[in-house]
Design a binder for this molecule. Sequence first.
Ligand SMILES: NC(=O)c1ccc[n+]([C@@H]2O[C@H](COP(=O)([O-])OP(=O)(O)OC[C@H]3O[C@@H](n4cnc5c(N)ncnc54)[C@H](OP(=O)(O)O)[C@@H]3O)[C@@H](O)[C@H]2O)c1
Length: 245
Amino acid sequence: MNTGSSAIIIGASSRIGTALCEQWQKDQAIENIIAISRKPVPADISAQQGNVHYIQTEYDESSIAATCETIKSLANTVSRVCICNGILHNEDIWPEKRIEELNLDTLQQVFTINSFTPVLWLKALLPLVKSKDECIISVFSARIGSIDDNRSGGWYSYRASKAALNMLLKTAAIEYARRAANVKLIAFHPGTTDTPLSKPFQGSVKKENLFTPEYVASHLANVMNTQTIDGECAFVDWENKAIAW
Ligand SMILES: NC(=O)c1ccc[n+]([C@@H]2O[C@H](COP(=O)([O-])OP(=O)(O)OC[C@H]3O[C@@H](n4cnc5c(N)ncnc54)[C@H](OP(=O)(O)O)[C@@H]3O)[C@@H](O)[C@H]2O)c1
């Protein structure tokens, strides 16, 4: 990686994203970090905190385009991007156990956040990451999105939205290989991590299988540092082990 490069975190309020931001702040090769979230910058920190610049935005296409214009004015060569956005539950949404629980509104919301938002960012970021210098882009997927690995069923919306995300990433990687051959795309499975997203489902997880966001972030930084630019999208876990599509 070049010295003086920039890193971008999208969905920066994610607990794993926050831990990754702290990890990258210690990385001498990263000069500045642009942290993007729907959430306002916490009141106790300014928009510019050390080498981190916070941007609050919505995720509709025109807001994404406007944010990319701001990024252009802040970023050096972009060497790292992490797209964290993902939803499993909220006050109106709960993962489905039975097909009768499916409804169009939930499917649309979950697919919008988990599948469509990340790929719209990949569309808008293309001119910013296209360079002679390497750029590694990680998008948070999940093992549950593996079609091959689906043995238990259930969680229709979340599972299918991550499978759709994986297909969108694989497809983007084929085009990026032609148009931004310096970029490596990763569909990243963090493992079960102690964050608000997994909180209601941690009861059945053995203590040793529930990771801290800091543990996952340091593994993710490592996974990103050890990739080869090969025009392929990798689907890997926190140990950089390949997952079946
Ligand atoms: N935790 C786990 O066990 C686990 C396991 C497998 C995969 N993952 C994946 O890891 C990623 C990070 O999750 P986390 O565990 O760090 O959870 P988290 O702390 O709950 O973070 C939630 C993320 O989703 C975004 N988000 C929430 N509601 C949104 C909405 N309405 N529109 C757009 N974005 C929205 C947030 O972005 P803003 O900052 O913009 O709000 C943030 O990036 C997710 O994609 C998740 O599917 C997590």
